[in-house]
Write a protein that binds this ligand. Structure first.
Ligand code: ADP
Length: 638
């Protein structure tokens, strides 16, 4: 799961553009949160102000009606100060005059003024109505109330019979000096008169749905901005009854309860109870219309906020992209430089820090390119120089090696001449010596001595002949004209023959033959192969101490026969093993030097073996001495 702990890491790995957008968005989020809260506050304030205005309007209307009723009572009271209103008085001229005055003076009692005695009987009436004078009105609630309580009273609303207008009667008690109720004065107010209705006219200014009602304690209409609803239940009768019962001032959104109404419609109604009567004033209008300013304000704020959001988001995206673009170009260019592209120029038309950065990077690229170009030209020059010097060196080396080869040739020539001279001189010296001795006539030689001398001369001549043969073979080898004549031969038999020959010459060594029985015949030049075996055995004898053992063995190996001659001599240094097969090569500084030889035996052996398709080599034996091995291929078997 993605945890909050990863947030710094995520931010760290983000590109500069999303990072900028994120930071700016965060700022705007805070801005819009504050903007939103302020907007809500503004809308709420606006709503509250609307409701307060409605309530104040209703309170004003209520106090105006209260004022009218109070004024009306005051008029009645005032009339009693100018006349005694004693029904027992003989002359009621003054009372009649005051009645006419009160009826005519103000509009409040436009439907009439009545003078009752203490029992509720009509004494006088203005305007004069003969049918009414003398009739008893004690059954009327407001007359009855005054008789009962002795206090002034306002009647329940009623339809005035003469004019058919909605009316209400205000009655005050009149007392004598002892405080006894002697009579009552009652005025009828026309509830449809303009003075009463004027406070409501303001409700109509509230809008299309603005209306007002004065209701009694049961919620029935006393005065309304709607016609024909007198004494019918008010539009919001439940609300009126509740407010009347609790004597509360307030504003509420309440359902429209008219019998013909939709029931869905809600009205915002303010309610204020009157102080002068058991009535209440309610002013209001349709909720939608009432709250329209607040709703409009809210919608405007939303629209403005949305518009701002869109503009800000677009401006942020475009602005940051515009800001980040050169940075991205610089990053790409830096990567290109890091990857080795120094040819493309960095194009930055920006000013400010980014411009400085771009120009510095471009300067760095140019310098780097110049340095690399310079280094490359140095390299080319250097390479050319190295090539020239190498050529010179090669030429010098060639000359040196030529010189060396010439010197080596000279050395070999002189070595060859001295070696061959020595090898030729020794037998020739013997021969000359013995021949000279034999030719001396003054010294008599026995027959036996003569034979012995002639035998030595023969052996030395043979050695001389052998040496010359070897020299001839070597020259053939070097000329590439060395050949062998192959016939089927038994190699074991050949070896046995050579051993026999050697044994006849010397018995100072123990010669051992070890051939696998039934070795197959091979195709070979028997004379030459005998020469090989003889040379190897001769070397073994020459370079091994007396009494040591020399073993000649033969065995099958895969597709060839391997013949080995092992001795117990002092051995050959490892480094010399490969060289001893070269013509005239002899190991220097050893006992071998004291043994006679021209360094040709092994060379001839190698040429013979290779002419048979085999190979020859020397190894140091495990204990002491050497083993010389050569192979003969079985493919040659007849
Ligand atoms: P050489 O006539 O001198 O014997 P070879 O070609 O036969 O010439 O031998 C070359 C050299 O190899 C010899 O001079 C000798 O030093 C060394 N050599 C050959 N065979 C043996 C051996 N069996 N033991 C030690 N050294 C040997």
């Amino acid at each position: 799961m993605f945890g909050l702990g990863h947030l710094p890491n995520l931010l760290h790995n983000m590109g500069i553009w999303p990072r900028l957008v994120l930071v700016i968005s965060f700022g705007f989020l805070i801005f819009f949160t504050v903007f939103g809260l302020l907007s809500i506050r503004m809308v709420n304030d606006s709503t509250r102000r609307i409701l307060e205005e409605r309530q104040v309007l209703t309170q004003m209307a209520a106090s105006e009606i209260d004022g009218l009723l109070s004024q009306a009572f005051h008029e009645l009271e005032k009339a009693t100060t100018f006349a005694r209103f004693d029904p027992q008085a003989a002359n009621l001229e003054e009372e009649y005059h005051m009645l006419a005055h009160t009826y005519g003076r103000i509009g409040a009692f436009s439907l009439g003024v009545y003078f009752y005695d203490a029992t509720g009987k009509v004494i006088l009436a203005e305007p004069y109505d003969a049918g009414v004078i003398g009739s008893i009105h004690s059954a009327k609630s407001h007359i009855h109330n005054v008789i009962e309580s002795g206090d002034r009273s306002i009647s329940a609303p009623f339809v005035e019979s003469r004019s058919g207008a909605p009316a209400v009667a205000l009655t005050i008690p009149i007392r004598d000096e002892q405080g006894q109720l002697i009579s009552m004065l009652s005025g009828i107010i026309d509830l449809s008169s303009s003075s009463i209705r004027r406070p409501f006219e303001q409700a109509l200014n509230l809008g299309h749905t603005g209306h007002a009602e004065v209701v009694d304690s049961q919620g029935n209409v006393i005065i309304s901005t709607y016609p024909g609803v007198f004494l019918k239940p008010g539009e919001h009768v439940s609300f009126y009854r509740k407010m009347m019962a609790e004597g509360m001032i307030g504003v509420e959104t309440v359902p429209y309860e008219h019998s013909e109404g939709t029931g869905e419609t809600m009205h915002v109604m303010a309610f204020v109870p009157l102080t002068m009567a058991d009535w209440g004033v309610s002013i209001g209008g349709d909720a939608k219309e009432t709250f329209a300013p607040a709703v409009n304000l809210r919608n405007s704020i939303f629209l403005l906020g949305g518009l701002m959001l869109v503009i800000i988001v677009a401006a942020t995206l475009i602005g940051t992209r515009h800001l980040v673009h050169p940075v991205k170009v610089l990053t790409r260019s830096a990567q290109d430089i890091a990857e080795g592209d120094l040819a493309t120029a960095i194009q930055i038309s920006e000013g400010g820090e980014i411009g400085v950065l771009g120009r510095s990077l471009e300067e760095m690229r140019v310098r780097l390119k110049n340095s690399i170009d310079e280094i490359q030209s140095w390299n080319i020059k250097l390479e050319e120089k190295v090539k020239g010097r190498t050529k010179e060196l090669e030429q010098m080396m060639e000359e040196v090696s030529k010189l060396h080869a010439m010197r080596e040739l000279d050395r070999m020539k002189s070595e060859f001449i001295s070696s061959i001279s020595h090898e030729l001189r020794t037998p020739l010296g013997f021969i000359t010596g013995y021949v000279t001795t034999l030719l001396r006539s003054e010294v008599p030689h026995s027959e036996e001595t003569r034979r012995e001398f002639l035998q030595i001369i023969k052996e030395e001549s043979e050695k001389l002949l052998g040496l010359v043969e070897n020299l001839l073979d070597t020259s053939r080898i070097q000329a590439g004209s060395f050949t062998v004549e192959k016939k089927p031969i038994n190699i074991a038999e050949l070896a046995r023959k050579v051993v026999e020959k050697v044994k006849s010459i010397t018995d100072s060594y123990s010669l051992l033959l070890s051939f696998e029985p039934s070795l197959p015949s091979v195709l070979g030049d028997s004379q030459r192969l005998e020469q090989v075996l003889h040379n190897l055995m001769d070397n073994a004898i020459k370079y091994s101490p007396h009494g040591s053992q020399i073993t000649i063995s033969g065995e099958m190996r895969d597709d060839h026969i391997q013949i080995s001659v092992a001795d117990e001599g002092q051995g050959i240094p490892q480094a010399e093993l490969g060289k001893i097969f070269n013509a005239f090569y002899r190991i220097s500084g050893s006992n071998a030097q004291r043994v006679r030889g021209a360094g040709l035996g092994l060379t001839i052996c190698k040429a013979i073996v290779e002419a048979h398709g085999g190979s020859i080599w020397a190894e140091n034996a495990q204990g002491k001495g050497n083993v010389f091995c050569f192979t003969l291929s079985l493919e040659e078997v007849a």
